[in-house]
Design a protein around this ligand. Sequence first.
Ligand SMILES: Cc1cc2nc3c(=O)[nH]c(=O)nc-3n(C[C@H](O)[C@H](O)[C@H](O)COP(=O)(O)OP(=O)(O)OC[C@H]3O[C@@H](n4cnc5c(N)ncnc54)[C@H](O)[C@@H]3O)c2cc1C
Length: 482
Amino acid sequence: VPDMTVDREVPADDLTSRAVVVIGGGPGGATAAALLARAGMDVLLLEREKFPRYHIGESLAASCRVIMGLTGAVDSVDAFGFPIKRGALLRWGGEDDWTVDWSQLFGDDARSWHVDREDFDEILLRNAGTQGAQVIEGAAVKRVVFDGDRPTAVEWVRDDEPDRLRSTAFDYLVDASGRAGVLSAQHFRNRQPHEIFRNVAIWGYWQGGGTLPNTPEGGINVISAPDGWYWVIPLKDQRFSVGFVTHKTNFGERRKAYASTEEMLLALVNESPTVASLLTEGTYQAPVRVEQDFSYVADHFCGPNYFLVGDAACFLDPLLSTGVHLAMYSGMLASGVIASTAAGEVSAGQGRAFYESLYRHAYARLLVLVSGVYEQYEGKDNYFWLAQRMVRDDAEGVGANHAFVELTSGLTDLSDAVDARGWAGAQGLSQEVEIARRRADEQTGGDRPGIAVFRLEPSDLYDEATGLHLVTSPRVGLSTST
Ligand SMILES: Cc1cc2nc3c(=O)[nH]c(=O)nc-3n(C[C@H](O)[C@H](O)[C@H](O)COP(=O)(O)OP(=O)(O)OC[C@H]3O[C@@H](n4cnc5c(N)ncnc54)[C@H](O)[C@@H]3O)c2cc1C
């Protein structure tokens, strides 16, 4: 946890200045740094860990591959040999098995991977360096210095010289520090939890196992239980990531029955005939990991010359495997805004409005969809309908589950950013947000923040940003729609 109360003098030799400082080298920070460096900007990325480092978040949306085509990382990721993922199979509520097959709907190019994040994140971070960003690992940001409402410098230490405080001034700051949230959790303290998603995840790894029949190539299995859901993810070399997600209260109650989290995970696996059957050939590999309270949103995603990217801004329950998509997507949007603002192509206010509305829109839409899918009894037709209304007004002619698949693969967000027609979904979205708010109120008795903590009005979506769209060639930036 960064110490935001540093008050030591910084020696003059340790004062430097850069165009852009990026805090954090996960997928969000590495994407922003690579794109900004490719746009010719002077970028310093500070990462407190030394990579490779463990991280959860192994099932990637198809959009990630598209974005990596822009950052220059896609060939290295392809070459590494991660198993290819072409969709998902959900055994959900009382439904028949439900497949999400990207190839069927979008062709062979719609694919991603199942990744060990220590390998994947390291490739992305090295790529940021190859593209021209300076990357320093083992460098923890301790504090962001502000002049009024404008951040001007970061103070940071290297782990090999913990007593030497360095300060780097910048024109633009990208906070991609993940759940640690240097700005939102440490400085502004403006992060709100989503009460109805106060979930806990418990997971581990198995050597050997399988996925359900009819799973699209390399697909994730998502299996519901009366009080939560399981993931089964096929990783490289026949390893399987297996997790269970449930509400915090339920987790706390059930935890009491077991001597250890390991005993609990093994019991949970045996409790589900489906999951147990997939792991009959598998051998459990310690350790068990647990994370809790991972759904939240900051009350603003950017401000004067700073941008919160990925989990630093908001986090959505992992049900639809969209976290890395949102991190890379927001990293790409922030780079476009910074590059165009620095070049004088758009005003700082226009750029911020564009970022706030597109990222919040993408997040809110997936949040509404996830909360819809959690309502197991409503059935998949209802989720498809929900998705269709949020993707486009004229749903006619769209295949039954097309909109759902397009949304959860991250492809809708990409087309929104480049294509003004994407905004047609805004009206449907605001109605769905209202429905989700009412449902949250019912579930929480109306006295907890629930989903209503994210501010989203149709006017937010347009604001000054209306008419701007993201361009990716010859570099990332913003342009006026014609
Ligand atoms: C149980 C669970 C399951 C999940 N499953 C999936 C999934 O299947 N698919 C998916 O897409 N997503 C999944 N996610 C979400 C995914 O893990 C995140 O959304 C994603 O990693 C966010 O990327 P990021 O770059 O924003 O942050 P991170 O990947 O967390 O990177 C942030 C980086 O910032 C560094 N940092 C932090 N503080 C500082 C500091 N002060 N100074 C310098 N560096 C700092 C950290 O060391 C870290 O490397 C899951 C999450 C959970 C909790």
